[in-house]
Design a protein around this ligand. Sequence first.
Ligand SMILES: Nc1ncnc2c1ncn2[C@@H]1O[C@H](COP(=O)(O)OP(=O)(O)OP(=O)(O)O)[C@@H](O)[C@H]1O
Length: 335
Amino acid sequence: MTTSTAGARAGTKILEVADLSVSFVTESGNVSAVDHVTLDLAPGEIVGVVGESGCGKSVTAMSLAGLLPRSARVTGSVRLRGTELIGAPETSLRRVRGKEIAYIFQEPMTSLNPVLTVGRQIGEVLQVHERLSRKAVKARAIELLSLVGIPSAARRVDNYPHQLSGGMRQRVMIAMAVACNPTVLVADEPTTALDVTVQAGILEVLRDLRDRLGTSILIITHDLGVIADIADRVVVMYAGRVVERAPVTSLFARPQHQYTHGLLNASPTPGRHAGTDRLQEIPGLVPVLSKQPDACTFADRCPAASDTCRGSAPGLSALGSPDHLVACWHPVEAT
Ligand SMILES: Nc1ncnc2c1ncn2[C@@H]1O[C@H](COP(=O)(O)OP(=O)(O)OP(=O)(O)O)[C@@H](O)[C@H]1O
């Protein structure tokens, strides 16, 4: 676990997401994917978003810089340093992408171009936002490869993706993402395709970038080990909604939502290592969000559910510490 930076402690926010909702227009009607999600990120802070498959983590991440397909209907607010991005013109969003908010995804092999050297690919990113000479581009590419821990960067810069291991390719993706010094890095399952020791190295790179460049990082994961390893704060999502939001130590020590509690109980506990604490199955199925607008979406799987839970959806509120929020009618400490 990491400690919050001075910026995070000071309470200034670089990214503020409020009441973000996303639905998709499909042949079988509107599908709600994200429902009134609220989260924020301070300068130099690492926030983890965790939840089961299909709970809306990626859709939330993609909506930040307008990466969703046209079939998406997005409402709510995403403010980057106070500037609203929802509804912003495409030209403004293009400036934001890469330069302000950069992404790294799970599959480095499919994201990298197999016929271009990694140096050329980093160079292309650099030249979208900055005018540099060819020599300066190559020098910067080497610098970036060193920054993400690639040994012999001056030689590796001329390698093609297939000449690198999976972990090295993910490092190249990170180098491309941070090429323009983004304010916010969104890492969507950055270590999922990698084996455990390689994962630990990638998390180390992300932590190092935060420490050296002050980058704020939103990390999306299924893996509680990744959260425990790297995050300052955690957002737990379930069926499109945020069900709990807390500093990482507080969440692991005193989970308050019945869902979070179930996840942690089902997980092999402390001494967690990235890759070893994948979310375990909780009996039952994640519901289709649009079918339960006025209920707690976890009610059907919850051991503490009552008629209240089936009749109205709880909002996020603080029970004890003001920075530990939970959306539950029967939080764990009170049962
Ligand atoms: N383009 C789309 N059209 C229709 N529905 C979509 C689209 N993209 C995502 N969804 C739906 O939105 C919901 C949330 O998906 P999302 O990818 O955000 O989940 P996730 O938590 O990131 O899951 P995973 O961990 O498996 O990636 C899912 O029900 C998904 O099927």
